[in-house]
Design a protein around this ligand. Structure first.
Ligand code: FES
Length: 162
């Protein structure tokens, strides 16, 4: 029986089927499931565990072990600021502060309440020559300044309104 409160369970079921309900395929299964929700909701992990016939704790264990898996909801747009040495030296921190302030993110929060933006810091992205570097939805922007970063956010907000 499926819980009607969980959305997209049919898609999760299709992923499980495609992977022959094999526990050995847990990681690729979770990767695909994460693509649906942009994170791994707890109730969906329980569902996956039940369908694979394994303890839910084991599934959570795998999800928490790999940094690649997100356990909290992420925003529609993900902004990553590099905080590696080169970017740090060239002023990534004030950019981060400006971005967080613009999005009204209180201390300890990385995602806006409307789930529109998530802001993260990452270690060296391997583009130090372009420092400071900011990645917006997988697109890399170099030689960032707070002004440029805020303009990029405005652009996204505009396109969301359109
Ligand atoms: S330190 Fe930021 S790209 Fe290397």
């Amino acid at each position: 029986m499926t819980e009607p409160t969980i959305k997209h369970l049919d898609k999760v079921q299709a992923i499980l089927k495609k992977n022959d309900f094999q526990t050995a395929r847990l990681i690729p299964i979770l990767q695909e499931v994460q693509e649906i929700y942009r994170y791994l909701p707890r109730e969906v992990m329980s569902y996956v565990a039940k369908e694979l016939g394994m303890p839910a704790g084991e599934v959570y264990g795998v999800a928490t072990f790999y940094a690649h898996f997100a356990l909290d909801p992420k925003g529609k747009h993900v902004i990553r600021l590099c905080n590696g040495t080169a970017c740090h030296v060239r002023g990534s921190e004030p950019i981060l502060a400006a971005v967080r302030e613009k999005l009204g993110l209180a201390k300890g929060k990385n995602t806006t309440d409307d789930l529109m933006f998530t802001v993260e810091t990452v270690s060296c992205l391997g583009a130090c020559g372009l420092a400071p570097v900011m990645v917006v939805d997988e697109e890399t922007h170099g030689q960032m300044t707070a002004e440029k970063a805020l303009a990029l956010i405005d652009k996204i907000l505009e396109s969301e309104k359109a």
